[in-house]
Design a binder for this molecule. Structure first.
Ligand code: ZN
Length: 133
C-alpha cells in the first residue's frame, strides 16, 4: 500500500513565480496557505512509484490578487533539461492555476450568456503544457 503524507503550510510565506491575470505577466507570488500531499510506494531499497501534489493559495505581490495554484509531479514523468554538466533528467511539474491567468477577462465578458456547458469548454486548457515540448 502506498504511504501518503500530508503537510500543512510547509511552503508558507515562500515566494514563487506565477503568471498573474491582472498584471498580465509572471510575477512574484507569496504563499498564504499550502498543503503538500505525497504518496510513496516502496520496498526497503526501491521506490516503486511516488508522487507529490502541492496545493497553494498565493497572492501576487504587485496587484495583491489571490489565486489557487496546484502542481503535480510523479516518479514516472521525466524530462531532460540542460544543466551545467549537460543534459540532466528531472521530474516534470504539471501546474494549474485558478482562475486561469491566461484567460482574457475583457474578451469573455459575455460569459454569462453562454450555456453552462459551453463555459466549461471555454475554460478548458491543456493541464500539462510541459508534456508537449
Ligand atoms: Zn498581479
Amino acid at each position: 500500500m502506498p504511504r501518503v503524507t500530508l503537510e500543512k503550510d510547509k511552503t508558507l510565506n515562500n515566494i514563487v513565480d506565477a503568471p498573474c491575470g491582472e498584471c498580465k505577466r509572471s510575477t512574484k507570488h507569496k504563499v498564504l496557505a499550502s498543503i503538500d500531499l505525497s504518496g510513496r510506494e516502496e520496498t526497503e531499497e526501491t521506490l516503486i512509484y511516488g508522487w507529490d501534489n502541492e496545493y497553494q493559495i498565493i497572492q501576487c505581490q504587485g496587484c495583491e490578487t489571490i489565486m489557487f495554484r496546484q502542481s503535480h509531479m510523479n516518479s514516472e514523468d521525466m524530462e531532460h533539461v540542460a544543466g551545467p554538466t549537460g543534459w540532466e533528467a528531472d521530474y516534470v511539474t504539471f501546474e494549474d492555476y485558478f482562475p486561469n491567468p491566461e484567460k482574457s477577462r475583457t474578451g469573455l465578458s459575455d460569459d454569462h450568456l453562454l450555456p453552462e456547458k459551453l463555459q466549461r469548454i471555454g475554460d478548458f486548457q491543456p493541464s500539462c503544457p510541459n508534456k508537449t515540448v
